[in-house]
Design a protein around this ligand. Sequence first.
Ligand SMILES: Cc1cc2nc3c(=O)[nH]c(=O)nc-3n(C[C@H](O)[C@H](O)[C@H](O)COP(=O)(O)OP(=O)(O)OC[C@H]3O[C@@H](n4cnc5c(N)ncnc54)[C@H](O)[C@@H]3O)c2cc1C
Length: 510
Amino acid sequence: MAVSNPTSTAAFLAAVTAALGADAVNNSASERADVGRHTLPAPDHLPAAVLYPASTADVETIVKLANEHRVALFPISTGRNLGLGSRAPMAAGQVVVELGKRMNRIVEINDDLGYAVVEPGVTFNAMYDELTRRGSALMMSPTAGPPDGSLLGNAVDKGGGAGPLGSHFDNVCGMEIVLGNGDIVRTGDGGIDSEAHPNWHVTKYSFGPALDGLFTQSNYGIVTRVGLWMMQRPAHIRMFFFAFPDDEDLGEIVDLIRPLKAAQVVPTMIRATNDLYLISSQQKHPRHDAAGKLAPLTDAERRELQKKHGVGSWMVSGALYGASAAAVEPALERVKAHFLRSGKARYIPVEEAEPRAIFQAAINSNSGRPAGGELQMLKWRPGDGAIWMTPGARMDGAAVNAFQRGCRAAAAEFGLEYMASFVCGQRFARGIHAILYNRDDPEEAARADRCYRKMCDVFRSAGVFVGRAPTIYQDYHQNQRTPEIVRACNAIKQALDPNGVIAPGRYGIH
Ligand SMILES: Cc1cc2nc3c(=O)[nH]c(=O)nc-3n(C[C@H](O)[C@H](O)[C@H](O)COP(=O)(O)OP(=O)(O)OC[C@H]3O[C@@H](n4cnc5c(N)ncnc54)[C@H](O)[C@@H]3O)c2cc1C
């Protein structure tokens, strides 16, 4: 069932209104248009209606009624999934369940044990404000994207930040889920038949299978609360930045980062971000307002922009944490010596970086401050089109450089700009690619679509997959997997959501 028929949807909405009140349902044309809009190269997906549950019991009621009326639901937390589908459902006509509007409580913050428990509507900003208000010792891991995004929604979609806890699903411990069949399950130690669950959010490895991963990038249930681990805020945070001049330097950068991460000199992820990724967060395309089609930036124009913004072809950023400035000094000297040994890197002292807007996204994300530093990217070209392409790569400089070359060529072939940031650990780097295009121009949108597929092929031909995928490409990617894994995903769907009411088609699971 991809979409329900209009008669059953009308009966379902009447039943939800009777059970939860009129405030829980909105099917006005303006709300549907707003929620259905996205940034991808495909028509908007207008939902049949938007529902606003206020509790897990409300979600249970909605799911049970959806089963009764065979209506397809699409759950979102705050729906700030920009470049990946925004708030729009998988297909027009599905009913969006927007949890964030009324389920937005911070249930607990435990300073001593270092975790929080949140409902879907708790945003990065709300958590930051609450930690500040309490004078908490904890530091959260924000994204460089929308500060009004959901901690829970981002984590279940496997989003990430740049600090030591940057892989957000890794921090999830203990979930509550309303399954597609209407059952409420609590994972880990939340599943013990007891009044009290003291271990629910402090250990992931309880009795039985670890089920939590089933509820990431899937459609088996609606997540209504999660525990999230946080770290102690370090007394001193020292950023470092290096500029590398040439496009081909990426390979050397990756090979330099790997041993630093392996030796645990740097606690944060280390990001290698290219010129236009950073510059697009500061200004529009220089010919944005010119009439007619926007030709891609020439190499000479790109070099001019590098000079204007004081960046190289690649910028490396990360942070050191310690008890004081003096305590982190030896590690800083080691990091500097390490990168400068290449003979190509230019060290940018923190005094030079701190006042400059172009470095704020890195500074904020490594300091636990949500600030939306990269959102201006969406304005690079007219029409606000954006697609994220998010493959990974082994931390092998030659391999990453080959990907860089292939994707740069793909961007040029389709008349768009190459924008990429590699978020590096010891073994693996997530390669975040922004394809920015004019969504109001169907010809340019078609080129952006072909560019996405071509870039994916660059990675796929080397046996490398994407991480998160935009909604319109989820079937395409699922079809690139073996039949056995697809069958396993669909069998779990059948077991937990036999009528297929939760987000049919999400991540290619039917
Ligand atoms: C310029 C820019 C920079 C960005 N930078 C980053 C970044 O640094 N890191 C990053 O991770 N992302 C980034 N993003 C992508 C995206 O905007 C964020 O990940 C954002 O946090 C996702 O929106 P959300 O948190 O509101 O989650 P939602 O949109 O609410 O959720 C994401 C998806 O998860 C599913 N889902 C959500 N809640 C539930 C639930 N309760 N039960 C079941 N399924 C659910 C839904 O399918 C939903 O579409 C960036 C985007 C832009 C435009």
